[in-house]
Design a protein around this ligand. Structure first.
Ligand SMILES: *Cc1c(COP(=O)(O)O)cnc(C)c1O
Length: 226
């Protein structure tokens, strides 16, 4: 298996024109594939599983910016804090506090995105709108070692383009409200939305960062030994 270089170059070109960042999602893919993409200039990579990320990170170049995009459990925060670049899926204040605690221990300031539940599907994680908007700056300012950089969301896994578009539109509207919250530490300006199947729609609706995996790395086989 190897990466799809042609598709990668097309995506990069398209995103550059639109000033959108690419996180290449490498979950389940071997370090050789990541290295191949790295050699083409890619530096931002996304992983979903703590153990997998912790295994891969020391085997790859130090200037890779690792994005944690999966569902993060509080008891696993400590394993990624020493090196993680951006945590996309923060879905509770409790988790934010744990990240702050571990970041303090490691003398780091860690960038986070808050995940918002925008899909109809119950299976997806994230804050609902009310809870998100209730978070206030004094609460956040107590967390001196994290920086809230913006929001992340996942649309429904659906063939219905209008449904996906509406969900992204709603997230963008929420982001515009949320990003008025500006404090010394927290300057939300990143909106992480869009995956292989829907990144074009997400960009049309205002995404600033897309997370693309299978288009670049090929389909995932979850039974493959990592
Ligand atoms: C796996 C994953 C992606 C990438 O999915 P593709 O459809 O392969 O592009 C993006 N975001 C999250 C949160 C993921 O878990």
């Amino acid at each position: 298996m190897s990466i799809n270089i042609k598709v990668y170059k097309e995506i990069i070109k398209e995103l550059k024109e639109k000033n959108v960042q690419l996180v290449a999602v490498s979950k389940t893919k071997p370090v050789e594939d990541i290295k191949q993409l790295y050699d083409l200039g890619q530096r931002d990579f996304g992983e979903n599983y703590v153990q997998e990320l912790v295994d891969k990170q020391p085997k790859l170049p130090n200037d890779i910016r690792w994005h944690f995009i999966g569902h993060l459990q509080s008891n696993k925060v400590k394993f990624i804090i020493p090196f993680v670049h951006l945590i996309h899926g923060v879905d509770s204040l409790k988790l934010l506090k744990e990240i702050n605690k571990q970041a303090t221990k490691h003398h780091r300031e860690v960038d986070c995105l808050l995940q918002v539940h925008i899909a109809e599907e119950e299976t997806k994680f994230g804050f609902d709108e009310e809870t998100l908007m209730a978070i206030n700056s004094s609460e956040l300012n107590e967390l001196g070692n994290i920086r809230v950089r913006g929001l992340m969301g996942m649309a429904s896994f659906s063939e219905d383009e209008n449904k996906v578009r509406t969900e992204y539109k709603n997230l963008k509207a929420l982001f515009d409200k949320f990003s008025q919250l500006q404090t010394t530490n927290h300057k939300p300006q990143t909106l992480s939305m869009g995956m292989s199947g829907d990144y074009k729609i997400a960009i049309e609706e205002g995404s600033t960062m897309v997370r693309v995996g299978s288009l670049i790395f090929g389909e995932r086989n979850y039974n493959m030994p990592m």
